[in-house]
Every structure is written in C-alpha cells, then in structure tokens.
Design a protein around this ligand. Structure first.
Ligand SMILES: [Zn+2]
Length: 476
C-alpha cells in the first residue's frame, strides 16, 4: 500500500464538451449507452449535457440522471436564471446532481461577447451561484477563458462565488492557450489568494489547441487541483479536450511523478474508446496515445516472432491494463458480435451495425465448419463480404467514394491526404470493378469527418437556432 496518494476526481465531459464539437453529435439512445459505459469506467462525474441548449439535450440529461446512479451527473448552465432552472429541471431526479455554471471573465469576452463591466461580471457570477445553490447543494463554477483573465480579477470573481456557495472551482483554459508552468502558477495563485479556497475543490479544464491539454491538466494537479475535466479519445471543441485515458495512464504509469489515485477502471478504457468511436463514427487517430490502433502495435510483433523474452523491455504499460483484447484471442462460433467487431477493428476494419451483421452471419457459418477462425480466415471473409464504398469505414485504404468526399471537402486536411494515400486511392479507383484490393497498411481517411483535424460544418441542428445562444459555441 502506498501512503496517501491524493484522490483525483475524474470529471468526464465527453457528452457535453465532446458532443458539442463538430461531427460528434449523439442522440439520446447513444448518450445513454455511453453514459452506462462511463459508469463502468468509473468516472466520478458525468457532465451529461447543456439542458437549455435544446430539448434533445434536456431529455438526454434527464434520462441519464434517471438511470445512471453511481456518479455525479452534471448539467451545464450559463450564469442566468432560465439556464439554471432548466438544468435543475433535468437534474433534479439524479442520485447526485451537480449544476455547472459558467461565465466568462476575461476582458476580451466581457467587452466583446457579454458587453458587461467587471463589476457586473462579479455580481452576475455571485447571483447565479447563489441561485444554483438554492436548488442544488453541489455547484461548480467556471470562469470561462480563465487563462486569459487578469489574475487579480479572477481571484476576485472566485472569492465571490465561493462565498455564494460554489463547491468546485473549475479553471478552464477555454482556448487552449496556456502552458504547463504558467497554468501551475495560476493554480498556485488561486490557492494563495482566493478566500475560502480550502473548502472547495479546484478543477482544471484544458483544451488541446497547442497539444498541451494533458500536460496542462497534470501540471494543475501538481499545483493542487483535485479534479480534472477530460473526454474519451480527447474529443471536444476544436483540437479537443484533455484525454481521459492519457491523464489516467500517466498517473498509473508514473506514480513516482504523479502520486495520485483515480477511480477509473483502466481495463475499461479501450472499450470506452471503441464505443465512442463507433457511436460518433469518428475513428481514433491510429497513433493516438493509449487508445490508438498502433499504440501497442509492437505487441503483435512480439507474439508473432517470439523473439523478445520480456515485454517490459520496451513496454511501459501492458495492452491488458487498458483493456486492449488479447491479440491471441481465438474466435469460435460462440464468439459474439462484439468480439468479432473488435477483432475486425484490430485488423483495421470498422463496420456499421448492418455490415457487421452480414460479416457475423458468414462468420458463424464458417465457424461451424472450422473450429477456430484465425485472422487470415477473417480477412478473407471480410474481403468477400465487403463491397467497396458501402459501409466499411475509413480505417481501410481510401475508396473512390472517400476520395471524392475528400475532394468535396478540401478543408478536411487529414494527415492521410498525403501522397501515398492518394496514389492508393488512384489505383483503387482505376480498378473499381474488380474485387477489393489487398488491404494495404491502413491509414484513416475520413470521408465525412475527421477526428482531430479541421472542423467540418456541424451536421445538426439545435446549436445555431438562436443568435443569443452564441455562448453555446464557446462553453468552457
Ligand atoms: Zn471546454
């Protein structure tokens, strides 16, 4: 037993900040599925949505609050009465409800977006928190754009909301601007100067515009933050949020430097990542730390060659520790669709439900004939079944339709648009009537969206309805 490791609260905002980002919309059923998985994953807080943003958001938060009972369920609200009332309406039946109120505090936001003075900002934040507190014991406050806010003023706002009853102070690096040393200093300043700070939890909410979201979140924890806000696969506004799996595994792999505990069941990480990817239809970047297809790619090499005696020679964590299925897993006729889907995924193919059903039927017939279905059998079967450009998704080499989509949406400058992929596309286009070509070392081409690249137009719906709701495009 290690002596006193600080417990860090993991606040997952995949369903709010993540879902708000282009190409990542989910319907209520999908949100519920993911919320159940987040529960299994062991996160402490699920930010389930932004109830006033739309009826769909409201219903989703309400539905999650009704059935997911272990974690805290949070709902986002701007610092105004209708938002807070709507959030509470959605949350009130939760076992552990939290209202998350936000208000921008940087001069640039006050002047150009909110058009209020600093004094008005303090008053609005305080009143909003006080009102939220009158309906809900657990109130989180976020000074949006905190990292570009004058620290003196930031401390003044935070002192006011602590006085008004906030229990968590979340410090958002809304625009992904800060760097680890600066962010740690800011947390230290807040701890030194905000009155009553010892009674509340400090939280970090970092965006990845400069690729430092995880590093910034960890620096904040080092400086005394005890909650981190993050998302599965790092999805979120623009370049995304701090990635849950990276934060958790950094703590687990380097306890010497990060002596902290979380409640996350790391073995559920891979399943969570895969489920999210399947739901939103956005593949995980192959070299993504922890959850990318290649993150443990060397593992196959070990097994196949049997050359190295001890994986620890170059493995800082095991695939098993994050729930990557054993690559030796043998598929038989009792294997379920899920196992089959996972195996296909590991082989570089991702299918929608209908296509997977099709593969599954053939797989069961084959498994009846031969006992153990090995990878090469499966690959053959996929090649037979898979009709180019129907439903297989972007994990395989670009198909003519994907190429067309890429041309149609040149803004989606994915790394895969490089010359090798293009030439593969060309060759597969020229042979479009022949059987699907040999799977070439896959690299994702996203025909519609792109996980970590340029934003595409939001394909729904409610976020743009009213001009006065422009805050939704910011959040925290
Ligand atoms: Zn955010």
């Amino acid at each position: 037993m290690t002596a006193e490791r600080a417990r860090i609260t993991v606040f997952d905002t995949t369903l709010r900040d993540g879902e708000q980002s282009p190409g990542c919309s989910m319907n209520q059923q999908e949100k519920l599925r993911l919320a159940h998985q987040l529960d299994r994953l062991g996160v402490d807080v699920i930010e389930a949505g932004f109830p006033i943003a739309s009826d769909g958001d409201f219903e989703s938060v309400k539905a999650i609050a009704a059935v997911v009972r272990r974690p805290i369920i949070a709902g986002l609200a701007r610092a105004c009465r209708p938002d807070i009332e709507r959030a509470w309406e959605a949350l009130k039946d939760a076992a552990h409800p939290r209202i998350h109120v936000f208000l921008a505090t940087s001069d640039i936001h006050l002047q150009y977006k909110l058009r209020i003075t600093r004094d008005q900002c303090v008053a609005q934040a305080r009143d909003a928190v006080r009102f939220a507190k009158s309906v809900c014991e657990d109130v989180e406050f976020s000074p949006e754009d905190a990292t570009r806010t004058d620290p003196d003023f930031l401390c003044r706002v935070l002192t006011a909301v602590v006085e008004a009853g906030a229990t968590t102070l979340n410090i958002p690096d809304t625009v992904g601007y800060t760097v680890p040393s600066e962010f740690a200093d800011l947390i230290t300043t807040i701890r030194q100067r905000v009155k009553g700070i010892e009674k509340v939890t400090i939280s970090a909410h970092c965006h990845n515009d400069l690729g430092m979201a995880v590093a910034n979140a960890l620096a904040a924890v080092g400086a005394g933050a005890r909650q981190v806000e993050c998302t599965i696969n790092g999805i979120g506004e623009r370049a995304g949020n701090a990635s849950l799996e990276e934060i958790v595994m950094a703590m687990r792999t380097r306890p010497d430097r990060y002596p902290y505990e979380t409640g996350v069941v790391s073995e559920q990480i891979f399943a969570s990542s895969q489920l999210l990817s399947e739901i939103i239809g956005v593949p995980v970047q192959p070299n993504k730390a922890i959850t990318g297809r290649n993150a443990f790619a060397h593992e196959a090499g070990i097994h196949q060659d049997g050359v190295l005696k001890n994986p620890l020679t170059y493995e800082i964590m095991t695939p098993k520790s994050v729930g990557v299925p054993d690559s030796k897993l043998v598929l038989g006729k009792h294997s379920g669709r899920h196992a089959l889907g996972m195996r296909c995924e590991q082989l570089g193919y991702q299918f929608d439900r209908r296509a997977l059903d099709d593969i599954y039927r053939r797989f069961v017939r084959l498994a009846d004939k031969i006992k153990n279905v090995e990878d090469h059998h499966l690959l053959e079967l996929i090649r037979e079944t898979h009709k180019p450009a129907t439903s297989a998704t972007p994990l395989i080499e670009p198909l003519p339709s994907a190429k067309a989509a890429a041309v149609a949406a040149p803004a989606a400058g994915t790394p895969a648009a490089g010359p090798p992929a293009a030439s593969i596309a060309a060759s597969s286009a020229s042979a479009s009537n022949s059987p699907a070509p040999e799977p070439i070392k896959p690299f994702p081409i996203a025909p519609v969206t792109n996980a970590f690249g340029a934003p595409l137009p939001v394909h729904s719906d409610h976020h743009h309805e009213h001009q006065q709701q422009e805050d939704y495009l910011w959040g925290v």
